[in-house]
Design a protein around this ligand. Structure first.
Ligand SMILES: *Cc1c(COP(=O)(O)O)cnc(C)c1O
Length: 386
């Protein structure tokens, strides 16, 4: 029986043609495909500015810098995320802390955030930046987080690496409430450029800063210079930036993929709904549905319900892997990693994230997953669990 991965890129002939056309064009990088992709992405996400970057981690890093994060600042994120959501703050010398998750949505808990902000305000240790994460593609409570940000004076950098194509209160994720939003185009994500990312913002000044930081802090724009050009070759480095650019090859793939976003999203949604009904009655907890939020369905993560079965997560995981089903686990809580333990975090600090992690399994979910393959996954689960 063939192996079913937990995630798989979806590359069409049109995607391939788009990359090949770019290979034959004048620019492999720093050419017109980048601006075209940014424009396509901004239009699709109803946002004024989209800045393409080498990967979402790079996007998170320069977004932190552009939002003014530096040594000694405090940045809060979710422990149920990929390492990059926290590491980006460490790159800037900031101190990271976490807000535990809501067990229902698996996103940062709004009640937990409110309580932690009250405590922090009392001891004058409020955060400068909040990095909420749309886990599995489900949008988090951004409207309420914005109210809290305005009340307590912090900024919001949304990590929407899972949420390309998701919508929140009727609008695409990345278009409102956050100061900046980061998307990932890694091969396992919703749309891919192999490696790649995008930062969206409604703020023109912030977008200009991101463009500078992604390319060495250089400008060729006379209005942005401190000195006077002594010739047409003149450029200036006005700050310390990086080479965090996306290539034209990747941008061409991104634009082609974006054309199929709605179609691929519909397939993911349908498969998720099918999992919901196929898993009914099994001792597992399925992803939550929240009104006025449409998940991008990057992941379909279940939790083994330990109150209703004696089979362990490890046994279920191994049974699925033995049957050629590429399940995975998202995420080991960030604060339990040795690097973060050395910074003072310990097990028990964020019990909801730890409890979720202890029982979680991400089932295969990608647009080309067939109903027969999905049935195979559910059959193995059923046979193992009951
Ligand atoms: C994938 C991912 C990232 C990092 O994305 P890259 O493009 O691989 O750098 C960051 N945050 C979350 C939540 C992710 O899933």
């Amino acid at each position: 029986m063939s192996f079913i991965p937990y995630s798989c890129q979806n590359i069409s002939d049109a995607d391939i043609a788009s990359v090949v056309d770019t290979l034959r064009s004048d620019f492999l990088t720093q050419g017109p495909a980048i601006a075209a992709f940014e424009c396509d992405f901004a239009t699709r996400h109803q946002v004024a500015h989209a800045v393409a970057v080498a990967n979402a981690t790079a996007g998170l890093h320069i977004a932190c810098l552009a939002l003014g994060i530096g040594p000694g600042d405090r940045v809060w994120t979710s422990p149920n995320s990929f390492l990059a959501s926290a590491n980006c703050a460490r790159y800037c010398g900031a101190d990271v802390d976490f807000v535990d998750i809501d067990p229902a949505t698996r996103n940062m808990s709004l009640a937990g955030l409110r309580a932690k902000l009250e405590q922090a305000a009392a001891v004058d240790r409020l955060p400068q930046l909040l990095i909420p994460v749309d886990f599995a593609g489900l949008p988090c409570d951004l409207r309420e987080m914005r109210e809290l940000a305005d009340r307590y004076g912090f900024q919001i950098l949304a990590d929407a690496s899972h949420a390309t194509g998701a919508s929140y209160l009727g609008r695409p994720v990345g278009s409102q409430y956050a100061d900046a939003t980061v998307f990932s185009f890694h091969a396992v994500k919703i749309v891919t450029t192999a490696e790649g990312g995008m930062v969206t913002t409604q703020n023109a000044t912030l977008a200009a800063r991101l463009r500078s930081l992604r390319s060495h802090g250089m400008t060729r724009e006379p209005s942005a210079m401190e000195g006077t050009p002594d010739g047409p070759w003149y450029y200036e480095q006005t700050e310390l930036g990086f080479n965090y650019r996306l290539t034209d090859l990747q941008a061409a793939l991104g634009s082609a993929q974006l054309k199929r976003l709605d179609e691929m999203h519909a397939q993911r949604r349908q498969l998720a709904e099918r999992y919901d009904s196929l898993l009914t009655g099994l001792p597992v907890r399925c992803p939550a549905r929240v009104p006025e939020r449409v998940s991008a369905w990057h992941l379909y993560a279940i939790e083994i319900d330990m109150e209703r079965t004696r089979v362990t997560r490890l046994q279920v995981f191994n049974a699925l892997r033995d049957a050629g089903i590429g399940v995975n686990v998202h995420y080991i809580p960030i604060h339990t990693q040795p690097y973060y333990a050395r910074l003072g975090f310990k097990r028990g600090d964020f019990p909801a994230a730890e409890h979720y992690y202890a029982n979680a399994i991400s089932l295969p979910l990608f647009p080309a997953l067939t109903e027969a393959q999905q049935q195979r996954v559910v059959d193995v689960l059923r046979n193992t669990l009951v």
